[in-house]
Design a protein around this ligand. Structure first.
Ligand SMILES: *[C@@H]1O[C@H](CO)[C@@H](O)[C@H](O)[C@H]1NC(C)=O
Ligand SMILES: *[C@@H]1O[C@H](CO)[C@@H](O)[C@H](O)[C@H]1NC(C)=O
Ligand SMILES: *[C@@H]1O[C@H](CO)[C@@H](O)[C@H](O)[C@H]1NC(C)=O
Ligand SMILES: *[C@@H]1O[C@H](CO)[C@@H](O)[C@H](O)[C@H]1NC(C)=O
Length: 315
C-alpha cells in the first residue's frame, strides 16, 4: 500500500557519528570462498578428518580439471552430504553469541577463533592487517526518530531492542544505526514510499506527492538497503527512516516470532551499511587494498562518496 503524507511533523535526530580508522584484522584463506565457508564453518571435525584420507574418487579434493558432469555432481553430493544441521546450529550459536563489531576486541577474538578452526580442518590461514574507515555511533549513543502531531509527541523509536533471551543482555550491542549515514538531524513531514523502488517513487509522483524537503519512510526489502536512501535523496528528501514491515518479516503473524519462531519480533531493528559507492570496500582507498602505506583519500573527500542525508532504522 502506498499512503499519502502523514499528518504531523517528524523530528529526527542522530547523535554524532564517529568516522574512525580502525585497524581491522582480516583473515585471508587460500581455498576458494564457498568451500572455505562450507568446510570451515559447517562440517564436523569428523567429516574434515575423513577428507584427509581421501578415497577412490579423490575424497574432498576439488575435482580434477576437465571433470565430467557426473564427477561434478558426485562432488556436489559429497559436499552437501558433509553439511550437518547440528554443526550448523552449534556454529551459528557460537559465532553470534556476543556482538563483534569490526575493529573491536571481540571481533579479533572471533577471527583468531576462526583461524584456529580452519587450521584444525587443514586449511591454510594467512593474516593481513587492513585499516578501514568505518562508522559507528559515537560513545554507543543511539539515534532516534519521533513522530509529532503538531507539538504532541505521538511516537518515539526505541533506543535499544528488548532482550528476549537473557543471554542477549549485553552492553556491547551497538544501538540501531545505519553505517555510513552522516550525523545530523532532520525535521519535516513524513512521506511513506513503500520499498523505495523506482516504481514506488513513480507512484508517489503520479499521486502528486513531492518528496522534496520531506522525511521518507521506507520498508526494508525488495531492493538493497543502500539504494533506498540514495533514491530518496535524489527525490529531494532530507532524511530517511527504514523499518521492517511484519508483512515481510513476520509472515506467520506478529505473535509467531523469535525466540519461538524464526520471524522477527516487534522490537527488532535491522542495522546495516547503506554505503552505495561505485567501488566497494574502504571509502578512503577505493579500488585498492587498504593496507599500510596505501594512498588514502582525505576523510572529507571520502565522506563525499557516502550518504549525504541522515538515515535511521527503527523497529
Ligand atoms: C597486525 O596488527 C596487529 C595489531 O596492531 C599486530 O600485532 C600484528 O603484528 C599485525 N600483523 C601483521 C601480519 O602485520
Ligand atoms: C492531530 O491533532 C489534531 C488537532 O489537535 C487532531 O484533530 C487530530 O485527530 C490529531 N491526529 C492524530 C492522528 O492523532
Ligand atoms: C540487563 O543487565 C543489566 C546489567 O546486568 C540489568 O541491570 C538489567 O536489568 C538487565 N535487563 C534485562 C532485561 O534483563
Ligand atoms: C517539489 O517541491 C520542490 C520544493 O517545493 C519544488 O522545487 C519542485 O518543483 C517540486 N516538484 C514537483 C514535481 O512539483
Amino acid at each position: 500500500m502506498l499512503s499519502v503524507e502523514e499528518e504531523g511533523m517528524l523530528a529526527y535526530k542522530t547523535p554524532k557519528r564517529r568516522y574512525c580508522a580502525i585497524v581491522l584484522i582480516v583473515l585471508g584463506f587460500l581455498v576458494f570462498f564457498g568451500i572455505g565457508i562450507l568446510a570451515g564453518f559447517f562440517i564436523g571435525r569428523g567429516a574434515a578428518k575423513g577428507c584427509e584420507d581421501g578415497d577412490k574418487n579423490g575424497g574432498c579434493k576439488p575435482p580434477p580439471k576437465g571433470h565430467t558432469q557426473e564427477q561434478l555432481e558426485e562432488f556436489h553430493r559429497k559436499a552437501v552430504g558433509m553439511i550437518s544441521t547440528e554443526e550448523l546450529r552449534k556454529n551459528l550459536k557460537h559465532f553470534t553469541k556476543v556482538p563483534h563489531f569490526p575493529g573491536d576486541t571481540e571481533n579479533f577474538e572471533l577471527a583468531k577463533d576462526m583461524a584456529k578452526k580452519w587450521k584444525e580442518y587443514g586449511i591454510d590461514v594467512i593474516w593481513k592487517n587492513y585499516t578501514i574507515m568505518l562508522s559507528r555511533p559515537k560513545d554507543m549513543k543511539a539515534g532516534e526518530a519521533a513522530l509529532y502531531n503538531g507539538s504532541t509527541l505521538m511516537h518515539r523509536s526505541e533506543r535499544q531492542e528488548a532482550f528476549l533471551v537473557p543471554s542477549e543482555n549485553n552492553s556491547n550491542v551497538v544501538p540501531p544505526f545505519n553505517a555510513y549515514a552522516p550525523s545530523g538531524s532532520a525535521r519535516g513531514k513524513l512521506v511513506y514510499a513503500n520499498y523505495g523502488r523506482d516504481e514506488d517513487f513513480e507512484e508517489l509522483k503520479k499521486r502528486g506527492i513531492n518528496c522534496t524537503g520531506k522525511i521518507v519512510i521506507m520498508r526494508y526489502g525488495k531492493v538493497g538497503r543502500s539504494t533506498k536512501p540514495k533514491r530518496a535523496h535524489k527525490e529531494g528528501a532530507i532524511g530517511v527512516i527504514l523499518y521492517m514491515d511484519p508483512e515481510d518479516y513476520a509472515k506467520q503473524g506478529v505473535d509467531m516470532v523469535y525466540p519461538d519462531y524464526n520471524w522477527l519480533p516487534n522490537s527488532a531493528v535491522q542495522r546495516g551499511n547503506i554505503k552505495s559507492t561505485p567501488i566497494r570496500g574502504d571509502p578512503q582507498t577505493p579500488g585498492y587494498p587498504s593496507v599500510k602505506g596505501m594512498y588514502r583519500l582525505p576523510k572529507e573527500e571520502a565522506k563525499k562518496l557516502l550518504p549525504q542525508i541522515p538515515v535511521h532504522p527503527i523497529s
